[in-house]
Write a protein of this length. Sequence first.
Length: 335
Amino acid sequence: MSEQEQQIEDPNCGISFYGTHRGLFLEGRPFIPLIAEDSKDSEECHAVCIKLPAFLDSDLLWDEQMHQAELLVSRGKYLVWDLQLGLESEEISFFDPVAFQSWGIALQEFSRVVWKKFRASTWGVILFRGCIYEQDMPFPERVGALQLCADYLHRLASYLPDTLPIFLLWDASACTRMSEVAILLSAERFTHFQLGVRGTRLMLSACDWQTGHGRRGWIGVGSPPTLAKEAEKGEVKVGIVIPGDDVISQEVMSLLDEVLKFFVDGRIGYRLVPEGLLNEQWDDLDSLILFVPAMTTLGKRKVLGFLAAGGRVITVGGTCGLGGEMSWEEWQKSE
């Protein structure tokens, strides 16, 4: 299994639920999960979120929630545990070792008590809910802050079972540019997590959270407003390569905005592929769109492998000198 996959697959638990850059899978088959945030609105959903108070001052006694889980399981529902650690609070410091240890104890208690009993019915846990953007913070600083948060969440996740899928829910509605969302929520930043996102029109490797079409999955109230298969046209055959944080510039972001707008407005399917994960995520793609001002030497070497495998390269903002390229302008005309 690659590092992009979070999977439950155990002969004792009887279920296999995991995600990759291609989508979510149940028992090895593509699957679009509908996850209700409230048990009162769970009739059309496959799974239900159950809130577990795990704040710094919580007693970690979850008998009531476990009874609720038993009732849901008896109705044929799967479970997603919403671990309410309070990490989104502005008063929380990621540099407080006492708080980190306390949360670690809470996660260990969850594993010992809840996971042990309900692992056969559990699809995953929600570890964090938060906003990816603050208007008064310059974008480069926000990238750094989100990376710090991602690193911290990866450390916390080490207290949970390795086979347990972990969801992070992000609100992107404050972002005014699609390029910001694509960069901030790069799959390379959250390699061991499943994401849920609201407030964006982008096709991300994430479930839609409360808004969107539910093309990969749905977390929220009721079911998605439209069928996932109606969201975009055709198969996904084009990958848009997202540059690494260290080469992002306003020029690159403007080019990325232009490309994303073309695909989103045209309802054309695409896959966002971080440059650092090119080798792992170009499968099934015919073409890669590259942003020349942000291409690195290592990235070019990876692209050579894609070309050698029969792929096509579309360049934006210049030429790479790799041979057989097609410019973004030429490709647009061909579409």
